[in-house]
Write a protein that binds this ligand. Sequence first.
Ligand code: SF4
Ligand code: SF4
Length: 208
Amino acid sequence: MEKIGCINRAGIRSVVMTTVSGKNIDEVPGIIDAVVAAGANVFAFARYCPTSGEKDTGIAPLRYRQLLADCDKKFKEYEAAGCTTYFNKKDHLWTLYEYETGAFTLDGVYEDGMIYGGCNCGNCHLTILPTGDVYACRRVQNSRVGNVFEDRLADVWVCQMEQYRDYARFAKCSKCELLAFCRGCPAVASGKSGDFYAADPQCWKEVI
Ligand code: SF4
Ligand code: SF4
């Protein structure tokens, strides 16, 4: 944090990312104040993704919604005051929150079967490690799909990645009107249950 001024003066964009879990969720509003005071150019947070012994981020769905509401209020107050920090609403559950509050609507022409936003896994990113290993998403456990020293990236993208594009398999999202825009974070779901297509543990939406 103390180097943010130095980074800014060097013309480098300063970005602060916070990982949120049940351990630190109460501290997030204070972290935002500290990041703004330090002059960071960008602030965002994402949820802790359990990948080892523990299986839970430790956040009840409605507690997470409350965090988004508290942050939304704080972001708006800072923006109204001319704050230069850009608040990146990275977690796709922001789409659900903004859908409920009216900031995001489904007005417009949307084609059935088209994916317009939400989780990037399978539609616009890959992770390549220094070893050459290719992962569908850096946060999805066991999502290795190839290695750039052995496989043609285009083939990996077209073939192995297909297993992450089975949108009808999303246990909860497939029945939700926000399927094409959200899908929560399958890495968090997968960290909990091992199933990429399981329900996002912090999604508070009731889907019938
Ligand atoms: S059910 Fe899925 S698509 Fe719908 S709001 Fe929850 S995470 Fe998003
Ligand atoms: S699984 Fe989660 S971290 Fe990975 S691309 Fe999707 S939303 Fe992002």
